[in-house]
Design a protein around this ligand. Structure first.
Ligand SMILES: [Fe+2]
Ligand SMILES: [Fe+2]
Length: 221
């Protein structure tokens, strides 16, 4: 892993202020706290990746969700990864960063969602992808899933739901639904060795938690 120069640190600090401001109107489950955890995770994974440029990794992590509010306010029509990648590039150019490095960060932000054709290709993009996914699983992932279901007014638990008939962002969008539909599949999708190790541990804890939740809700425990 590389080290960060003084000039890079100044750009990173400016990116932190910029991202905090862009994310100030978001609910906590997808807000700045999430970004701080992702930046810490990304740095942690980068320490065991010799090739990783830590400035690219950290700056991309800080900026990766800057357009989330635009996605929320457009009812999902705007892709926050696509819009955010352009915003990140333009911001970094105004801060005096060389175009090729700003472009490396742009590509990390674009690929962090990876639901479309934009697969993470560089080691920095793979690290950001893994760090973002790790924050959705384990103890933090469970906490975020409950926080999010509270934000949309959902119930604590509804074990009888047919997940094919219930909608995301509805009152039936419980943490358990999120676990069944998405969270339990995440650990198999990691792209780095460090990310995979952490995901396996977080996955084990999460499976145990939701099994126990079922038993407690039934009154068996
Ligand atoms: Fe995102
Ligand atoms: Fe994110």
């Amino acid at each position: 892993m590389t080290t960060i120069t003084d000039n890079e640190q100044q750009i990173l600090n400016a990116a932190i202020s910029f991202a905090k401001e862009k994310m100030s109107r978001l609910h906590s489950s997808h807000g700045w706290d999430h970004v701080e955890r992702v930046a810490n995770l990304a740095e942690h994974i980068a320490t065991s990746e010799e090739e990783a440029d830590v400035f690219i990794v950290k700056t991309a992590a800080v900026l990766h969700d800057i357009a989330r509010i635009d996605e929320v306010e457009s009812g999902g029509r705007t892709c926050h990864a696509e819009r955010g990648s352009r915003m990140a590039y333009d911001f970094l150019i105004t801060q005096g960063l060389e175009a090729d490095r700003a472009d490396q960060i742009r590509r990390c932000v674009l690929a962090h969602r990876y639901r479309n054709e934009h697969a993470p290709k560089t080691i920095e993009a793979k690290i950001l992808y893994d760090a973002d996914k790790l924050d959705s699983i384990g103890a933090v992932g469970i906490g975020r899933a409950f926080l999010f279901s509270g934000e949309v007014g959902a119930r604590l638990h509804n074990p009888d739901i047919d997940i094919n008939l219930t909608q995301a962002y509805s009152k039936e969008d419980t943490a358990y639904r999120e676990y069944m539909v998405k969270l339990r599949h995440i650990s198999g999708k990691m792209l780095t060795a460090g990310g995979r190790r952490m995901a396996e541990e977080r996955h084990r804890f999460m499976v145990e938690f939701f099994e126990r939740l079922q038993r407690e809700v039934r009154g068996d425990l």
